[in-house]
Design a protein around this ligand. Sequence first.
Ligand SMILES: Nc1ncnc2c1ncn2[C@@H]1O[C@H](COP(=O)(O)OP(=O)(O)OP(=O)(O)O)[C@@H](O)[C@H]1O
Ligand SMILES: [Mg+2]
Length: 374
Amino acid sequence: MSSILDAMKQAELESQNSHVTEEVTHTRLVDNTPRFKSVFPMAEVPVDETRPASMDGVVGAAEAIVDLYRMIDRVADTSCTVLITGESGTGKELLARAVHGASPRRDRPFVAVNCGAIPEALLESELFGHARGAFTGAVATKQGRLAQADGGTLFLDEIGELPLALQVKLLRVLQAREYSPVGDTRTLSADVRIVAATNVDLEEAARNGAFREDLYYRLNVIHLAAPPLRDRPEDIPALAGYFLERARVKAGRDRVTKISRQAAEMLCSYGWPGNVRELENTIERAVLLSGGSVIEPRDLPPKLQGFGGSEARTGPRLSDRGVDLRKAVETFENQLIRQALEKTNWNKKRAAELLGINRTTLVEMLKRKRIEAA
Ligand SMILES: Nc1ncnc2c1ncn2[C@@H]1O[C@H](COP(=O)(O)OP(=O)(O)OP(=O)(O)O)[C@@H](O)[C@H]1O
Ligand SMILES: [Mg+2]
């Protein structure tokens, strides 16, 4: 774990946090120093994890995401097949690009094919190419995506939609690294890494015959499960900051630089069925709608109204992956302590009163937890 990477990551987190500010209701908070850090769980994310440089552009420090960085790092120097699963908008394509970027194939093409978007009749020729005269309209020889990806990575999106006939042909690519273009008797060799993605349960599809079981096992050598955003709400502030930065540049709205505390709470409390893509679109829209420099609740879509604020707070949600209870309690405790300190302008006596503990107990806790004024 390199300390330079640690430092870079820390700096990245801090700059992302700096997009979110308190409402200016407290004199201490009028300046632009990062406040979000001390209010949201981001501050408690361990910063001793590194990630491959190729993960640039992938934002997230939640345990489930850090596991993915680790896995991508571990298989970086191989060409093993990778299967990425996850709900729509969770970042499957971004992860596929990260796998490519971390591999020695990074200087060769990354070619994406959406198996669900191309009509079945065209898909075979799209993937494998065709010979001249192979079918009506095949007026010239055409190179397939497999050949275009030579030496690089072929990303097969929505692999669950691949017709059974083509599943056999893909199996041949995976097993023997060879294929034949449509209407061509030659056998060509394929030097590609296959990364496939799906939001359907392929194991289930294999059980009921919609997907070849042998292909499923061949694809599922390394499995990356992109977590839904609702299972990693601690990443929402950083993602929101990241998308804000991108959106203000894209829309030429330089003046929009902050997200108000209330709007940030709404973002953190919403369930995000459309995952990261929905958050990205929401921020883009808010940047366009915002009349000032701060994104306010009124700039967020109606479906988010009613989320956030103390009355709508439902407390932490237990994800399917479970939780480290001690860490979670510690995080919660640290957040309340930081809030008490901020509210009292770091007056430890008054902060201790707000927390219902002795001043000396608070001082001891601050020392043990290494909490200092920003
Ligand atoms: N961790 C992340 N950090 C930064 N941006 C992200 C992250 N995850 C997703 N995004 C962004 O969210 C959008 C959706 O991501 P992506 O297209 O990779 O999702 P997907 O899982 O392939 O979605 P679908 O199943 O709908 O195809 C993209 O603009 C992507 O850049
Ligand atoms: Mg996708």
